[in-house]
Design a protein around this ligand. Structure first.
Ligand code: NAP
Ligand code: GDP
Length: 322
């Protein structure tokens, strides 16, 4: 019998990447993609309605209130409240409607701010406090992991957590205030070059922060492939999997240079404004556990991923999410 798989967060960057992948594979009819326009997942009655409408076999839970460093710093209460509600409602409904297997999305930014080692392993995830800039988001995600663990333990469910590093790619949120660093930089640099408001008179390009913070990055289409590979891998039943390439940590300064090269924007016009927070300086995680199940997985090289994202942005500029 054909399986039915629910994807929450279907209108987001990761949801769209999964949609495009399953369309290419010719199995899009197996999947139902939902967004907040279909169901507000903070509302348990709406979540119940969603699960009562169809007997799903598996779930890919992506929906979340998501944002870059500066959105997180400004919205810790919303990030905590909404994400706790969404995650609790989804997990309770999965159990109530007997959805036995699912993928649940964490993030490398929920790991400890001052860990005992680098790179961090999955077992370190709750070992000490997250960075104060994103406590709301981090604790809501950590609680989702705890719930998954206990549903697995108490009811033999197969709720598996994936924890990607910073994602980027097509359909990202290019909002300058709320988005992550790569979409934010791409959108602002484009507007600066095109002399679009509010950058009509900008002779310089300002980067927020010192440029010294380190980040690992993952092209969203790679993440979509890994999610499906884990979903269909019967040997994987629980726990957390960090998802990232082997050695791809970059300073924000290097990221800016790569983006500037794509726009042919002069490096000497770039300024770093250290009055903005850098957030956490380093949050390197290990992909050893993922490599044990996917030793051969080929990740998109970072320069190629950024190039593809800039090209997609230019092509879709009139309808980007910002
Ligand atoms: P995104 O583009 O911002 O998409 C978020 C999705 O969640 C959208 O489909 C949105 O629906 C949905 N959503 C938000 N609030 C909702 C609500 N109350 N009810 C129903 N749906 C709701 O996020 P993303 O980048 O694809 O992230 C996907 C997952 O990856 C998230 O769990 C995120 O925490 C995780 N993650 C992301 C990153 C990253 O760098 N982006 C890094 C690590 C982990 P609408 O479009 O209708 O609002
Ligand atoms: P984080 O990895 O969760 O901290 O989230 P971000 O993707 O927002 O990355 C934040 C890092 O990028 C910080 O070190 C910022 O100082 C730096 N950064 C530089 N310019 C920008 C920008 O335009 N937007 C964002 N969000 N961060 C920027």
């Amino acid at each position: 019998m054909v399986q039915k798989i629910l994807v929450t967060g279907g209108s987001g960057m990761v949801g769209k990447a999964i949609y495009e992948l399953v369309k290419r594979l010719g199995c899009e009819n197996t999947y139902t993609f939902i967004s907040s326009k279909d169901y507000d997942l903070t509302d348990s009655l709406q979540v119940d309605k969603c699960f009562a409408s169809t007997q799903y076999d598996m779930v890919i839970h992506l929906a979340a209130v998501v944002g870059g460093l500066y959105k997180n710093m400004d919205s810790n209460i919303q990030m905590f409240n909404d994400n706790i509600l969404i995650n609790m409602n989804i997990l309770q409904a999965c159990h109530k409607y007997n959805v036995n297997r699912g993928i649940f999305c964490l993030s490398s930014c929920i790991y400890p701010a001052s860990p005992k080692r680098f790179p961090m392993l999955e077992e370190d995830i709750c070992s000490s406090e997250p960075h104060n800039s994103n406590e709301g988001y981090a604790y809501a995600k950590r609680m989702m992991y705890i719930l998954c663990k206990h549903y697995n333990k108490s009811y033999n469910r197969e709720y598996i957590c994936v924890s990607p590093v910073n994602l980027y790619g097509p359909y990202d949120n290019f909002n300058i205030k709320e988005g992550h660093v790569i979409p934010g930089l791409i959108n602002r640099m484009y507007k600066t070059i095109m002399k679009q408001p509010p950058y009509e008179n900008s002779e310089k390009f300002e980067v927020f922060g010192s440029g010294n913070a380190l980040r690992q990055f993952l092209y969203v289409e790679d993440f979509a492939s890994v999610i499906l590979s884990i979903l269909y891998n019967e040997n994987v039943k629980d726990g957390i999997y960090n998802i990232c390439d082997d050695n791809n940590e970059y300073t924000i300064r290097e990221v800016v240079q790569i983006i500037a090269n794509n726009f042919e924007y002069p490096i000497e016009k770039i300024e770093f404004n250290s009055r903005f927070s850098d957030g956490i300086i380093k949050k390197t995680v290990s992909n050893k556990r993922m490599r044990e199940i996917f030793p051969e997985f080929n990740f998109t090289e970072f320069h190629d991923g950024v190039k593809k994202t800039v090209e997609w942005f230019k092509l879709n500029n009139s309808c980007i999410r910002e």
